[in-house]
Design a protein around this ligand. Structure first.
Ligand code: DDH
Length: 278
């Protein structure tokens, strides 16, 4: 297969998404989370972090507790990397998130190749840059403003919680947000507004919000989106206007994957350049 045939890589990623014995039968949600956590370490002031360099390959970042469970996503992608050794991990992880979103019925997200892996451990960003689900709106803003997002983009990105579930042994939280966690939709926003949510301790003693039947859940940070007067209008908008959500999600997710990726004249990302600015 010719180097640079990203359509062939996309097809190979699609093939590994159905995983009969994993979660809800799909690797899709955890692949989206890998792309997000690989990118969400960015710090706009220092130019450090971000998807370029795939620094989650190194122990320090892999063991950030926010990344618990993402080893599944990385392992699902191993055969694709073997089949296409020319693609960088950083391009593969971000592309996999984009392909998974499309596969699950979500919008097409613009994606550009060119990320490079030729970095060592000194480029690993410090642990603790990813959001902590036990916190509230101030924390959410401090993380996402550091990435360069505004309130509207924060709410749009949070709509990724239409996908997947929480795993007690990974994060301490338990359960899915929506009844069909492998279909992209705006159900998460509708549920945030419409259901009655009860603050309860789950089976491992962590406080979360559950519906009456304990089937669906929300994190404290999810509830902050309907509590905060600036976030809430966006939740309402996306609950009522699926097309606006898809469009805004695609734009914000595409922007997320580009954070810290500074491309040179040939399209290759330049890690040295970003570092020289520190
Ligand atoms: Fe998330 N997320 N996320 N999330 N996330 C979890 C699962 C998934 C937070 C915490 C958690 C985004 C924002 C936030 C996905 C995508 C995105 C889990 C459960 C926690 C906890 C992990 C586990 O137990 O396996 C917090 C806090 C925030 C925040 O904004 C404050 C964003 C922006 C995205 C995105 O993709 C754009 C996805 C997908 C999952 C489901 C993973 C899975 O394995 O299933």
């Amino acid at each position: 297969m010719a180097a640079g045939d990203y359509n062939a890589v996309r097809n190979a990623i699609r093939k590994i998404i159905p995983q009969a014995s994993y979660d809800d039968g799909s690797a899709g949600p955890v692949l989206v989370r890998l792309a997000w956590h690989a990118s969400g370490t960015y710090d706009k002031k220092s130019g450090t972090g971000g998807s370029n360099g795939a620094t989650m390959r190194f122990k320090l970042e892999a063991e950030d507790e926010a990344n618990n469970g993402l080893e599944y996503a990385r392992k699902f992608l191993d055969p694709v990397k073997k089949q296409f050794p020319w693609i960088s991990y950083s391009d593969l992880w971000t592309l996999a998130g984009v392909v998974a979103i499309e596969y699950m019925g979500g919008p097409d997200v613009d994606w550009k190749p060119g990320r490079v892996d030729d970095v060592d451990e000194q480029y690993v960003p410090p642990n603790g840059r990813l959001p902590d689900a036990t916190k509230g709106e101030d924390h959410i803003r401090s993380v996402f403003y550091r990435l360069g997002f505004n309130d509207q983009e924060i709410v749009a990105l949070s709509g990724a919680h239409n996908l997947g579930r929480c795993h007690g042994e990974r994060s301490g939280f338990e359960g899915p947000w929506v009844p069909m966690p492998t279909r992209f939709s705006n159900t998460y926003f509708k549920l945030l507004l419409r259901s009655q949510w009860h603050r309860r301790k789950n089976s491992v003693g962590v406080e979360q919000y559950n519906d009456e039947d304990n089937e669906l859940m929300m994190l404290p940070t999810d509830m902050a989106l309907v509590k905060d007067p600036k976030f809430k209008p966006w939740v309402e908008k996306y609950a009522n206007d699926k097309d606006a959500f898809y469009k805004d999600f695609a734009a914000a997710f595409g922007k997320l994957l580009e954070l810290g990726v500074v491309r040179g004249p040939e399209g290759k990302a330049m890690r040295q350049y970003a570092r020289a600015k520190l």
